[in-house]
Design a protein around this ligand. Structure first.
Ligand SMILES: CC(C)(COP(=O)(O)OP(=O)(O)OC[C@H]1O[C@@H](n2cnc3c(N)ncnc32)[C@H](O)[C@@H]1OP(=O)(O)O)[C@@H](O)C(=O)NCCC(=O)NCCS
Length: 153
């Protein structure tokens, strides 16, 4: 397994990963309408790629196949963390989170934070985050109530 920075051209495979992560791992926690609003079938890979390249983002690969990715903004906001459903509970998200954490520390940031899905919540608690608020996020007309979680570093 290897972690590297995301490059232009990764968009299509990461959009597929994001889609299967949401639709397979979150199916019990969200309605089909919510899943489709969060990760639509017709997601634009170029848009995803642009958004990842604007920030700091890494992908973990297993023999060249992406198994997870993370994206963090300059202020320490983690805007995406997804593991491929075939690779859950094998330390992928933890390794990616540690990579983003090192990057944030090197930049002198004092905390990292995020808007947690219902599925991510237990993972983030386990990784030293605590809840510091609640926010309503609108995606394609569907409103999600997420927990805002932070970790001081
Ligand atoms: C949440 C997510 C990123 C975790 O990825 P992962 O690669 O399976 O996580 P890891 O293997 O690094 O897990 C590390 C530890 O957290 C635990 N863990 C993983 N997911 C968990 C969850 N949803 N709830 C509670 N604990 C969880 C693991 O069991 C493991 O524990 P251990 O160290 O005692 O064995 C993954 O489930 C995912 O992509 N979910 C769908 C998308 C999503 O909700 N992303 C978060 C957006 S805010």
């Amino acid at each position: 397994m290897k972690i590297r920075r995301i490059r232009p051209g990764d968009g299509k495979r990461l959009a597929e990963l994001l889609y299967s992560s949401v639709h397979r791992l979150c199916a019990e926690a969200y309605t089909p309408e919510e899943l489709e609003a969060w990760a639509p079938e017709n997601m634009d890979p170029r848009k995803l790629s642009r958004s990842l390249l604007m920030n700091a983002a890494w992908v973990m690969e297993d023999m060249g196949r992406p198994v997870g990715f993370i994206c963090i903004e300059r202020d320490g906001y983690i805007n995406r963390l997804f593991t491929h459903p075939d690779n859950v509970c094998s330390g992928v998200a933890t390794a990616l989170l540690n990579t983003a954490l090192d990057w944030a520390k090197k930049r002198g940031l004092k905390r990292i934070f995020l808007s947690s899905s219902r599925v991510g919540y237990g993972f983030y608690l386990k990784n030293g985050f605590h809840v510091c608020g609640v926010e309503r996020v609108e995606r394609r007309g569907v409103v999600f109530e997420n927990k805002v979680m932070e970790r001081f570093i």
